[in-house]
Design a protein around this ligand. Structure first.
Ligand code: EPU
Length: 292
């Protein structure tokens, strides 16, 4: 029996991926699977492992570029509410991996817990945020992680404690297939004060980033001590277009896409920006977004 038969009610073949990503580009996944609960997820992962089918986990789709050729093998997405719960107990917040980061932030702030408000405006899921240590100049999610529940490519589940994890700039040592849940340790503070701080950061972010456009957050990592966005601006690249992809004129490190854009447009624009920045600044930019 093939994978498709065994999980036919949660599997789609050749499912176009563009709709699941913020850039709205990219080809189909050979199999696109949306398990309804943790046991079903485990069964799917075990079946793929047994059959030697490559598996990828798609998070919130906000830090990813999927090529026009699409993805061979299985793409799993955790769309069910069974993967999105958030609960607060004292100063500890527990969130399942596919909980939307903005929900985790708002639940924490409502409960008078400080820390995550610095992450306001970051799209995606808590799992995705933790895996890549999402953050910015005001803080990073990794500093609050007490433990994570993970599932390996073979379907085994275990807990990794904070002291066995390492976080760095847009990096974590978590390399299992799925982050099933995250436990965060925050600090109690006056809820209104935390909310005020969050609001100030939100206004600042909205004024400097194209948050309402189709984009994938920052495209490039900041080279140590430097700002990719400002180097791109200095190279005169803001507003540069390839097909229907454009370097944001609000922030140089964002690419926005318009109706009809392809992954090739975005990839060509990335290459053009890298080449020009290298010419002007003699610096080789490294992409921050995941490219499948
Ligand atoms: N700047 C320009 N022109 C631009 C963009 C920026 O001159 O087009 C200047 C700004 O004026 C500022 C400096 O560059 O003096 C830094 O800019 P900004 O404060 O916007 O921060 P950033 O380094 O570009 C980082 C993160 C963002 C995060 C912000 C705010 C990276 C690659 N980017 O951006 O993260 O939101 O700080 O905390 O580390 C992301 O990773 O996807 C992301 C958006």
């Amino acid at each position: 029996m093939s994978l498709l038969d065994q999980f036919s009610d949660i599997t789609k073949s050749d499912e176009p991926m563009a709709q699941y990503t913020w850039l709205k580009v990219g080809g189909p996944a050979q199999w696109f699977i949306e398990p309804r609960n943790l046991d079903e997820l485990e069964a799917v992962v075990r079946a793929c492992f047994a059959e030697g089918i490559p598996v990828r986990l798609l998070g919130g789709g906000s830090n990813i570029l999927i090529r026009d050729e699409g993805v061979s093998g299985a793409v799993i997405r955790l769309a069910s509410d069974a993967f999105r719960r958030v609960s607060v107990e004292g100063t500890t917040v527990k969130a399942q991996g596919a909980a939307v980061l903005s929900n985790v932030i708002s639940e924490s702030v409502k409960a008078g817990l400080a820390g995550l408000e610095t992450l306001v405006g970051i799209p995606g899921t808590i799992g995705g945020a933790v895996r890549n240590n999402a953050g910015g100049r005001h803080g990073e999610v990794g500093q609050f992680v007490k433990s994570v529940g993970v599932m390996t490519i073979a379907g085994d589940r275990f807990v990794r404690q904070g002291d066995e994890l390492s976080f760095d700039y847009r990096f974590s040592s978590i390399n299992e297939l799925v982050i099933t849940d995250v436990t965060l340790q925050l600090v109690a503070e006056d809820a209104d004060e935390v909310a005020r701080r969050m609001h100030k950061l939100w206004v600042l972010k909205k004024s400097t980033q194209p948050l309402s456009f189709q984009s994938a957050g920052c495209i490039f990592k900041n080279p140590r001590g430097l700002s990719a966005g400002s180097m791109i601006e200095q190279a005169g690249l803001k507003g540069t277009r390839v097909g229907k992809a454009e370097v944001s004129d609000r922030h140089g490190n964002f690419i926005v896409t318009y109706e009809g854009a392809t992954a090739k447009d975005v990839l060509n624009l990335i290459d053009l920006v890298k080449a020009r920045v290298n010419e002007v600044h003699s610096i080789s930019l490294e992409t921050e977004i995941q490219i499948w």
